[in-house]
Design a protein around this ligand. Sequence first.
Ligand code: NAD
Length: 364
Amino acid sequence: MNLSICLLPGDGIGPEVVAEAAKVLRAVADRKGYTLELREALLGGCAIDATGEALPAATTVACQAADAVLLGAVGGPKWSDPKAPVRPEQGLLGIRKALGLFANLRPVKVYDALIDASSLKPEVVHGVDMLIVRELTGGAYFGQPQGRSGNPPNRQAVDTTPYTEAEIARLMRMAFELARARRRKVTSVDKANVLATSRLWREVAHEVAVDYPDVQFEDVLVDACSMYLIRTPRNYDVIATENLFGDILSDEAAMLAGSMGMLPSASLGEALNQYGFRRGLYEPIHGSAPDIAGRAIANPLATILSAAMMLRWSFGLNMEADSIERAVEGTLADGLRCKDIASPGATILGTPAMGDAIVERLWR
Ligand code: NAD
């Protein structure tokens, strides 16, 4: 097997954490006799500096040629002037669009060893293991008309939330397929008591659910869901929702786990790679953390876990993905921590040492 992966290290701590994930991927490939073809390309602030564009054409070509893409993070104070004509985030939106990625997947798992890092009580978060599937290309973030008009005291602004039946159905199908590999429960989140798009969402979600009689299905209103997420989070398996609701709920759910440095994510589209699996873009949910960049203290675990998701969903390598995830659990259970998740008595490791600790525990 030849794993062709495009790396987009990006800015800030991006290159530091991507280097550790690449180290783990190399160790897996060496052990299993796979060829690993890692190509690096520019995205975000570093791309603006080098080419004037956040997403150079060469990056799009390199990503489209690969079976999967691993991204660090983009952005930082150097490029954050709101009036700048080119911004690093345009690179992120652009590459998602170019790869046709319509679903963002964020697993939220609470590790026993880190249970005290959560701001909720241990008995509430113990055993939490959910997957949030968020629609990524439709809804209020892209709908037209969008904009503002008028002058004080008559300023006005408008956003529009369009959704088509096809957009809803493909997202819900993906959620049901993913639930089949988990605890077989899908919760569709909407605001059907108020919004027309949500009423269509609910109707289509129920039509899709008919094809998955083996998966338990429920609807929850978004306001209720935000409450249940902190009251009874263990009840959720797969949560499927539209762009805006997903953006908010996934950040809320991330806090159940306590640390940004631990949470991976994936964005998937319809396109399949040479192995018949979905081409995807995998990345940690955290940003470029300019406050700690260049100090070799960033936690690489979210990026390493993103690489595990990549092996599972873009290459079908479930055993290898499991062994990375077990190595992460083992490392934490052995009391090894990066600074962001340090607890009293833990051994603090820098970024490369954490990568080494995962590699050492891969096949135990
Ligand atoms: P951030 O996630 O970069 O940092 C928030 C806090 O968490 C900081 O204190 C940081 O040091 C810490 N942190 C984050 N990741 C960590 C890790 N792996 N290990 C240890 N500590 C970690 O969010 P921010 O400060 O709001 O944003 C910084 C920059 O990143 C901005 O330019 C923003 O636009 C960008 N950003 C990019 C992405 C992305 O590329 N997907 C996502 C969010 C923010």
